[in-house]
Design a protein around this ligand. Structure first.
Ligand code: FAD
Length: 474
């Protein structure tokens, strides 16, 4: 729920959406917020967190019921993306798994592939990642150098990828590769690799970033890695670039929702801190300048929320329109940066505390990566939203109340699971979502069905996509 705007309701938000929001808030406050510091140290979430997400029904929100999903519209994913940010989560690769990569398989996978993989994707037994970016090839996806050469019933894949979210935990990897190196976009295909114990597959370095320390962003290497030819996504080779472009709107909207949540969380932290911290004999919030600042910041948050919700409504209405989705992402990311930057000014010397920019750092394409560049580690005015709950709690007069403190438990090991699944093997057991399903009940879940607009919008012209944008691939 929005604390800044308690009666705020998006045009697309139904009672069922609100119920999901309550459920997500409760789950994340318990399972995500307290673990952030530990996850940041170990550079990954606990593997069992994925299973908990699945058990809570948070991985198949807009995926078909026949595979164990909820069959909701995109609003369900937008809510969880926003609430993850509100819960100060910067570690989870949920956005990559659930609203993004799962839909590549659901949309382009054949029945056999979906039957095999979707249940595990929804239960959390199979963690997803997508490998587009290569060293030296980011936005210009038609120039990828990873090759997939057909050899009998297999593809032999060679190449390397970088910046891959969920790189440590992923069980299924959607690989962007050239099946025809003589072609540009028309030579690109998407191939799903079941990477656990797969000869020729190697997980490289976990990348040290200036933020999002809890995310397992990694390099991946393929060396004569053999993948069954039946794991190609789509009816034929060469559709990969088109498939990638068709998923852009969804990806942009999910990231925009995250940015909206992050901006609101930053302002809430600023309000909390200025109430607690005193200077010159009174709480900071009692100074007129502070009030002006906070009032403007609140207005900016509302402008993000309404813009993003307009674009989500557009998408839910059936327009798989990358340009409108870009508006959401541009406004939410750019304004989010500005908001965070202004919020952090309230924190004085705390803003220079080392290793604490995670609250503000998001992932994906270049506009939200701006958030990183606002971490300027010098004695200037700019540091991102750099104060952790722990620091506020320790140094301010009163303890924080909104979220739980980091847990003392230190289960730092989390080996990737071995799925052993392939279209020819038994499908993973479906773990039915528990608590949320129980409280919601099938009747309400039914009201979410039938709203799957973006599939119908697949025919949208790729030519209209601004692929030459200087703002990058996403
Ligand atoms: C935390 C994190 C997580 C990520 N997760 C994933 C993931 O899971 N999977 C994945 O595949 N990728 C992932 N990425 C990669 C990300 O999505 C971007 O695609 C990638 O960072 C961009 O590639 P690049 O760094 O080579 O920059 P590019 O966007 O390729 O830009 C390189 C240079 O070219 C310039 N440029 C770009 N386009 C133009 C143009 N049209 N005209 C003029 N100049 C231009 C840019 O300004 C820049 O100077 C992740 C990145 C981060 C940081």
């Amino acid at each position: 729920m929005s604390e800044l705007f308690p009666d705020y309701r998006a045009s697309w938000e139904t009672d069922a959406h609100r119920e999901l929001r309550r459920h997500a808030v409760e789950f994340l406050r318990k399972e995500a917020t307290p673990n952030q510091e530990r996850w940041a140290k170990q550079h990954q979430v606990d593997r069992e967190y994925w299973n908990k997400l699945g058990d809570a029904g948070l991985l198949g929100l807009d995926l078909p019921e026949e595979h164990g999903g909820t069959n909701g519209d995109f609003g369900y994913s937008a809510i969880v993306a926003e609430e993850l940010a509100m819960a100060h989560d910067t570690a989870s690769g949920w956005v990559v798994h659930s609203p993004i990569v799962a839909h590549y398989i659901n949309t382009y996978g054949n029945e056999q592939q979906k039957k095999c993989w979707m249940p595990g994707i929804i239960s959390g037994e199979l963690v997803l990642a997508i490998a587009m970016t290569e060293p030296g090839t980011g936005s210009d996806l038609q120039a990828v150098r990873t090759t997939a050469v057909r050899n009998g019933d297999e593809y032999v894949i060679n190449g390397s990828k970088t910046f891959i979210s969920n790189g440590t935990h992923c069980d299924l990897l959607v690989i962007v590769a050239k099946t025809d190196s003589s072609q540009g976009a028309a030579g690109v295909s998407l191939i799903v690799a079941e990477v656990n114990n797969l000869p020729g597959f190697e997980r490289g370095r976990v990348l040290e970033k200036v933020g999002q320390h809890g995310q397992d962003t990694r390099e991946l290497f393929f060396s004569d890695m053999r993948v069954p030819a039946r794991n190609l996504l789509g009816a034929q080779e060469g559709l990969g670039f088109y498939q990638l472009m068709q998923q852009l709107a969804r990806e942009r909207l999910a990231i925009a929702s995250t940015c909206a949540g992050m901006a609101e969380a930053a302002v809430l932290e600023a309000i909390r801190y200025t109430k607690e911290r005193e200077a010159f004999g009174r709480p900071l919030i009692n100074f007129q300048h502070t009030k002006f600042e906070l009032a403007e910041l609140k207005a900016e948050v509302l402008s993000i929320k309404t813009t993003v919700d307009y674009c989500i409504q557009h998408y839910i209405n059936g327009h798989n329109d990358p340009a409108t989705a870009s508006i959401a992402k541009l406004i939410a990311a750019d304004k989010g940066v500005a908001i965070v930057d202004r919020c952090v000014q309230f924190f004085g010397g705390l803003r220079l505390h080392d290793g604490v920019p995670d609250r503000a750092c998001l992932c994906g394409g270049p506009s939200e990566q701006n958030l990183w560049w606002h971490k300027r580690n010098h004695e200037g005015n700019h540091q991102p939203f750099a104060v952790t709950r722990r620091h506020v709690g320790t140094l301010s007069r009163k303890p924080t109340t909104r979220a739980s403190r980091p847990s003392a438990s230190t289960d730092a090991t989390s080996e990737p699971i071995t799925s052993g699944s392939s279209p020819s093997q038994p499908k993973p057991q479906v773990k039915r979502a528990t608590s949320w399903w129980v409280s919601t009940g099938p009747a309400k879940a039914k009201t979410w069905s039938g709203n799957w607009p973006w599939v119908a919008a697949m025919a949208a012209s790729m030519a209209s996509w601004p692929c030459a944008s200087t703002r990058g691939s996403t």
